[in-house]
Design a protein around this ligand. Sequence first.
Ligand code: FAD
Length: 587
Amino acid sequence: ALYTNLNALPKTSFNYVVVGGGTAGCVVASRLSEESNATVLLVEAGGTYQNVEQLEVPFNSLRSAGPGSQWDWNYTTTTGASYARGFVLGGSSSVNGMFYTRGSEDDWGRYAAVTGDNGWTWNNIQPYVKKNEDWVAPADGHNTTGQYDPAVHSSKGRLGVSLPGFPEHTDTLFFQTVNSDPSEFPFVLDYNAGIPLGYGTIQSTIKNGSRSSAATAYLSEDVLKRHNLFVLINTQASRVISSTGGSHIDSVEIFPQSSVENATNMRITASSEVILSAGVFGTPHILQNSGIGDAAMLSAFNISIVQDLPSVGQNFTDHLNLISAWALNVSQPFSSATSTTFESFTLNSTAMSIFLDQWRSSKTGPLTMNGLSNDIGFRRFNESDPEVQKGLAAYGDPASGNQSPHFMHVPNGFAFGTAPTNNSYFSFVATVVQTQSRGSVTLNSTNPLGAPVIDTALLTNPYDLFAMRQAFKAVFDLLATSPWVEYLVDSAPALGLQAVIDSNFSTTVIDDYITSSAGSGAHAVGTAAMSPVGATWGVVDPDLKVKGLTGLRIADASVLPYVTSNNVQFAVYIVGERASELIKAGI
Ligand SMILES: Cc1cc2nc3c(=O)[nH]c(=O)nc-3n(C[C@H](O)[C@H](O)[C@H](O)COP(=O)(O)OP(=O)(O)OC[C@H]3O[C@@H](n4cnc5c(N)ncnc54)[C@H](O)[C@@H]3O)c2cc1C
């Protein structure tokens, strides 16, 4: 059942306690409670997703339900930038952009190679893919032939995945470019088949026109009714504890969220295991508060050392995004959603209210779209370009293999920041997917309920600037093709692109533009990374148990030692599924 405050919880001792009801946490709690003789408590700091329309309407992602909303932790990094994370049951899967991208075979091969555990290879994760994915028809029921490969999808899992449920005019332009010059802009039928390279149609975690999240998919009404599953929301965990003062973790300290400042805490015990699923910031923060982390840092805060693990909170790895916007040619003013871009109709309140009525009455129409893009591309650098050769020689090639991308393109993405005043504009996101910069999550104070220090270290490694330059120039190459020339006016000077064009793409001007405009891809991983058994680095073994301790496992984005070369929610679902299987099997 769902408990909205800890005083209502009928007991304080369970077999399993899962901390963090986010993407992986919902999977783990749901799967463990399939065994009816095991009692499972899931503790979530945020509230419920149930009956919250903002979270259900796909188009709201990154808008009213996104960063800065009441469903966001509102983290601020050391540079003053905000960093979005879901603060609600379902975690970031309840607020994310819903792109469903699996990465490449090579990404998963690298996890296996780095950890020495073949259980993480592409082939060996396929059973979890099937348990996770519920492939469904798009909201508009259109014929999807030629838009994906049915052979690599499953309708047996829990998480709804579908193709776009509403067309956009820019889809047509995009595929005209791809069809007219396949050597420069190759088509990929299904970027989720192991080799993602090429441009194709996006797949999103949307089912029946609504967001499918870890909460809607794994904590559905039938699951919440299980007598052995206890889901406690509005409650923040501060520490994991060994009640004997040894190395066996068996308790979790929790506080009611409503009065975290002065409330007395409560201790919950776990007779089998505690599973930390508090995400890339929450998990290392809880570990550090518990005395599990870098001994030197913990001593500076007078925290007693339970386990010296210097890698806790290190190795923060993220994608790097650059969003640019172009004004649309005035001869193509707003008339309907299909004749222009998402961004244009979001500025038209009459249209938006008509679309909302349509979504409410039939779960169809423009608001069934993920609100970011219907299309996506995964690309490698042009290795015949001398600048690329020079860069790769200087920095090395961080791609996970030669069938894996260096960058991602999302046409008609979402213009963060100030929109151009022209009522019709188009944005494009370029993303470096194998960044080399590494940040950290460290303690800010001895208050376990305060926010940690988040240093994303964006652009601190010169490879990332070099890689973004290639990704960005490739955006201009794509938009210089004939389908787009009529459609776009030069640029939207409000977002600074004009200077880049006027400079004739001078490296200095491009680099200035990137440095001042690029930001986080919201795909952070790695702050409690897996490493081989016995390694002197890393936080968990490949079976996700915390090194040097018993009774404590981690299942969330923080265990991934590298970021996949795509949006990362898929990888987190796989971690959740595999963690559940390992725990159930007593491994
Ligand atoms: C705005 C945004 C857009 C994104 N877009 C995409 C996309 O389109 N496609 C994609 O693949 N990925 C996307 N991502 C990334 C993806 O959603 C995340 O990487 C993934 O969901 C992280 O899963 P997690 O389980 O590690 O953490 P989360 O899902 O964030 O879960 C952590 C949970 O723990 C809870 N928690 C934290 N601390 C505590 C505590 N002390 N006590 C109790 N509970 C706690 C949190 O409230 C949260 O519910 C996006 C992310 C964001 C934020």
